[in-house]
Unconditional design. Structure first.
Ligand SMILES: Cc1ncc(COP(=O)(O)O)c(C=O)c1O
Length: 392
């Protein structure tokens, strides 16, 4: 068979990703009744109503036009204020770019930083968008493994062991997806020292930083002495404000870098949807109770999930943040992809294996607790029967 012209013309940077497992799971689920989906990272809560109302008002007020490519000045001012009050970070309006989700910020960062052959160290298991973005720029993604014994916190020694002459970027994701791991402040300080010593640029993905549970503490690496100059902070609204579909997030970095990437950002999409920017402004300046209420609900679900895993005899990395539980199913004797497929077929509970997060150990599955509590109880009851059967 001849290769079609469009595929023949394919640029070398494009490689076909293997999405067959995800597709297979979705196909199995489509043929089943009453599946409880605990795989996706999309909150089950709706966007708080005052945010939705602000968007409606923006539409009615004819806010239908382009904005500055970096975003509405008022929104950028509100972001700067939030970063100062919540994270001890000092940025002004000219040091922020509003993007279509953190996702677009990730691509923008890699476009700006990665030359062919450059290496990006990435907290792993990981959100694999980072791999794709680095590859698209001709770079090499270097996973830095984290381990259950450390509750999946990123360890400076693991970073150091992988630093080469080509290491340029360190992607720090805390709390992390898929593990929920919060890298503790004292470790963040050591990582900052490493970045300074080895001249690394840090991309600090803090999209889950509003979702921290008692006992854990978030420290934004860019707030440490000497770090602002070499750090890009990424954050957004998708997770904290249940705003995944609005496609809005941002990056914060020193002004010369922001100036440098504003034109490429203009080339990608001119500006983030104007209506969404008005919604995000309301998210930051309006009442914060809805965010707090969601966090209370997640905390309760997390407690229930951990208790159930303990009862099933399954271990996990203690998640200090986010809304994930990264569970070790090696006691089942099944590789994680097989476990997930069997759990879906036999118990109608959908979760994803660590393999989808760059973890080929075969030992882990990621739960997201983004279902109402009664559905979570139901999923756990079904899973417990499933696990019991495996042990026989
Ligand atoms: C670590 C991490 N970064 C970025 C994103 C993308 O988020 P957004 O919806 O803001 O593009 C996700 C989404 O799951 C994520 O887990």
């Amino acid at each position: 068979m001849t290769t079609p012209p469009l595929l023949q013309a394919r640029a070398e940077r494009i490689v076909e990703e293997d999405v067959s497992f995800r597709t297979k799971m979705l196909e199995i689920a489509a043929g089943q009744q009453d599946v409880i989906a605990m795989g996706r990272g999309d909150p089950d809560f709706h966007t708080p109503s005052h945010i939705v109302e602000a968007a409606k008002r923006a539409i009615d007020a004819n806010e239908h036009h382009y904005t500055h490519p970096a975003g509405l000045p008022d929104l950028r001012a509100a972001i700067a204020d939030t970063l100062a009050k919540g994270y001890d970070l000092s940025y002004n309006v000219d040091e922020i770019i509003v993007t279509a989700g953190v996702q677009e910020s990730i691509m923008l960062c890699m476009l700006a930083l990665i030359d062919p052959g450059d290496e990006a160290l990435i907290t792993s298991p990981r959100f694999t968008t980072y791999d794709t973005a680095v590859h698209l720029c001709g770079g090499r993604a270097v996973p830095v493994p984290t381990y259950e014994r450390d509750d999946f916190a990123l360890m400076p020694s693991e970073i150091e062991a992988r630093i080469t002459e080509r290491s340029k970027v360190l992607v720090l994701v805390s709390p992390n997806n898929p593990t929920g791991a919060v890298t503790p402040p004292n470790v963040i300080r050591e990582i900052a020292a490493l970045a300074l010593q080895h001249d690394l640029i840090v991309i600090s993905d803090e999209i889950y930083a509003e979702l921290i549970y008692p006992g854990s503490e978030h420290l934004s690496i860019g707030s440490l002495p000497g770090m602002k100059d070499r750090t890009i902070v990424l954050n957004g609204f998708s997770k904290s404000h249940a705003m995944t579909g609005w496609r809005i997030g941002y990056l914060a970095a020193p002004e010369p870098f922001v100036r440098l990437v504003t034109e490429p950002r203009h080339t990608l999409s001119i500006n983030t949807c104007t209506i969404s920017q008005h919604a995000a402004l309301a998210a930051l300046t309006g009442p914060q109770e809805p965010v707090e209420q969601m966090l209370v609900a997640y905390a309760e679900r997390r407690r229930v999930m951990m208790e159930a895993m303990d009862a099933m005899g399954l271990t996990y990395g203690h998640p200090g943040g986010a809304f994930y539980l990264y569970t070790n199913i090696s006691a089942s004797g099944m590789p994680a992809p097989d476990f997930c497929e069997a759990l879906l077929r036999e118990a109608q509970v959908m979760v994803f294996p660590g393999e989808l997060f760059g973890d080929d150990s075969g030992h882990y599955i990621r739960f997201s607790y983004l279902q109402p509590l009664e559905r979570i109880h139901e999923a756990l009851a079904r899973m417990s029967v499933f696990v019991e059967k495996l042990r026989i």
